[in-house]
Design a protein around this ligand. Structure first.
Ligand code: HEM
Length: 495
């Protein structure tokens, strides 16, 4: 017995020795970069508290001048950065395409779909899925946004003239219906089921993912099964994968016998929706397996609804709290819709909503749906004459960049006008959708959906701050949320 204990003890010591040596080597190579003194073995892990402190912890740790810092978390070396030049170096090329090791915590759920996969697998998948987001396809989706938006408006009508309502759960269900009907070609009816298990489990998986990346115990695969989260995750995965499998089966049934026509009624080449593309695609001559398709459906169902739901919710909150902005939005809506103020939007209407687009951009600046994202180097790289070593995580702290006074003067002020003059000039500073080859594939889809929804909500309701005042408590659970909901007050809009 004592022999076994001695062996285990020796193995643990060897592991600790290895971790300390490895981190020491990284520190030597990265001596050109600021760092924070850490503890043996755990490194800087103790700098991080609960997830509701994560944004302020990361903000505190990145030096304001250099805007990057080298930190170790157990055996994982990381660079955290808000440095515009360095971010451009990381995101713009084709050399750093792999995702950071933290993404492994969501791989049981999303497999190695487009979001989590590494270079070799990612490239052909991105090539086959890109046409699903072509403008001519997005154009067809506007009717789906509008139809589901009407259901959302009707649900919210139940809460008019109350002191406040948390709009987040309603907008989430709406966004889930939209992504299922547009990308998957399947009606999900999430808005008819307010206690959606799917939504609850997505929330749980996001929370577990972020908790595991900052918890000393849950980070270790060997220790994780000893925690309650492991078992909760197992249950959630069973339910989430059950839902995505049933979406695929339903779409396959619909397609059976119905050959998708190659041209539309005007003789234009017809483009297929996302799931149909996956069902019809081959990689290296072989069709995608059920598992391949499921991981992409899981990825797009998650990325395609949770991000837009947060973005639309926060945007409505900012509008409710800024009457001057609300007034300008309505002036623009009246110019576009004239006497038919409650008619459905067409794509040409959405394209004219230039001021609303500035409002959405400013809201994404203050509350970016994806507050940080990571890359992993697979070879040594040279940045301004310095080595960025192979095997390191690079965390792009988008939230920090978007709140940095060096980049956005008076950063906490909600001021959509800052986007009226500078559109497109900051590709590596303003990056709520990331940038470069692994940027967000759904960016245009998201912008159209958000414009359609917010326009419809604004034309139906006048919005006000909640009473009593509601202050957001931001938590980065993979997607940025407010721990206490997002409450605003609604009244019917009178014309
Ligand atoms: C406001 C809405 C959205 C925001 C702010 C957003 C933001 C982002 C960001 C920052 C990334 C990079 C993440 C990383 O590097 O880990 C990303 C990637 C991605 N997004 Fe979005 N997203 C939004 C909406 C959507 C929608 C509607 C879809 C699908 C219809 C989508 C699908 C994806 C996918 C599949 C990726 C991975 C792309 C790749 O690696 O090639 N997103 N998104």
């Amino acid at each position: 017995m004592s022999f076994v204990i001695a062996i285990i003890f020796t193995l643990i010591l060897c592991y600790f020795g290895y971790v300390s040596y490895k981190n020491y080597q990284f520190k030597q190579i990265l001596s050109w970069m600021p760092t924070v003194a850490g503890w043996p073995v755990v490194g800087n892990a103790l700098e991080f508290g609960d997830t509701d402190r994560l944004l302020s912890d990361v903000t505190r740790l990145i030096p304001k001048k250099e805007k990057f810092v080298f930190l170790t978390f157990l055996d994982v070396p990381n660079i955290f950065t808000t440095n515009e030049d360095f971010v451009e170096f990381v995101l713009s090329g084709h050399n750093i395409l792999s995702k950071s090791s933290d993404y492994r915590f969501i791989k049981k759920w999303l497999g190695t779909g487009l979001l989590t996969s590494d270079g070799a697998k990612w490239k052909p998948r991105r090539r086959i899925t890109t046409p699903a987001f072509h403008f001519s396809i997005l154009e067809d989706f506007v009717d789906v946004f509008e139809a589901n938006g009407k259901i959302l408006v009707n649900k919210l009508k139940n809460f008019v003239d109350q002191s406040s309502v948390d709009i987040y759960p309603f907008i989430t269900l709406y966004a889930l219906d939209v992504i299922c009907e547009t990308a998957m070609g399947v009606q999900f009816h999430a808005q008819d089921n307010e206690s959606s298990e799917y939504v609850k489990n997505v929330k749980l998986m996001c929370k577990i993912g972020i908790v595991r990346s900052t918890s000393v115990v849950k980070n270790f695969d060997l220790l994780y099964p000893l925690t309650l989260d492991y078992w909760r995750e197992k249950n959630a995965l069973r339910q989430l994968h059950g839902v995505t499998n049933s979406v695929i089966v339903e779409r396959k049934k619909k397609m059976k016998g119905n050959v998708v026509p190659s041209v539309d009624e005007f003789g234009r080449k017809k483009r297929m929706a996302f799931l149909d593309i996956l069902l019809n695609s081959t990689v290296n001559g072989s069709p995608l397996s059920q598992e391949d398709i499921r991981e992409e459906v899981d990825t797009f169902m998650f990325e395609g609804h949770d991000t837009t739901a947060s973005a639309m919710t926060f945007c409505m909150y900012f509008i409710a709290n800024h009457p001057d902005v609300q007034k300008r939005i309505m002036e623009e809506q009246r110019d576009i819709f004239g006497d038919e103020i409650l008619r459905d939007s067409k794509i040409s209407d959405l394209q004219q909503m230039k001021y609303l687009e500035c409002v959405i951009k400013e809201s994404l600046r203050l509350c970016p749906s994806v507050p940080m994202y990571g890359r992993h180097t697979i070879q040594d790289m040279i940045y301004k004459g310095n080595i960025v070593p192979k095997g390191i995580n690079i965390v792009i702290y988008a939230y920090g960049m978007l709140h940095d006074p060096d980049y956005f003067p008076d950063p906490e002020k909600f001021d959509p006008s800052r986007f009226e003059t500078v559109d497109g000039k900051w590709p590596f500073r303003y990056l709520p959708f990331s940038a470069g080859p692994r940027n967000c594939i759904g960016q245009k889809f998201a912008m159209l959906e958000m414009k359609s929804t917010i326009s419809q909500l604004m034309r139906n309701f006048e919005v006000f701050p909640a009473t009593p005042e509601h202050k957001l408590i931001l938590v980065p659970e993979a997607v940025l949320k407010s721990a206490n909901g997002v409450r605003i007050r609604l009244t019917p809009r009178k014309y």
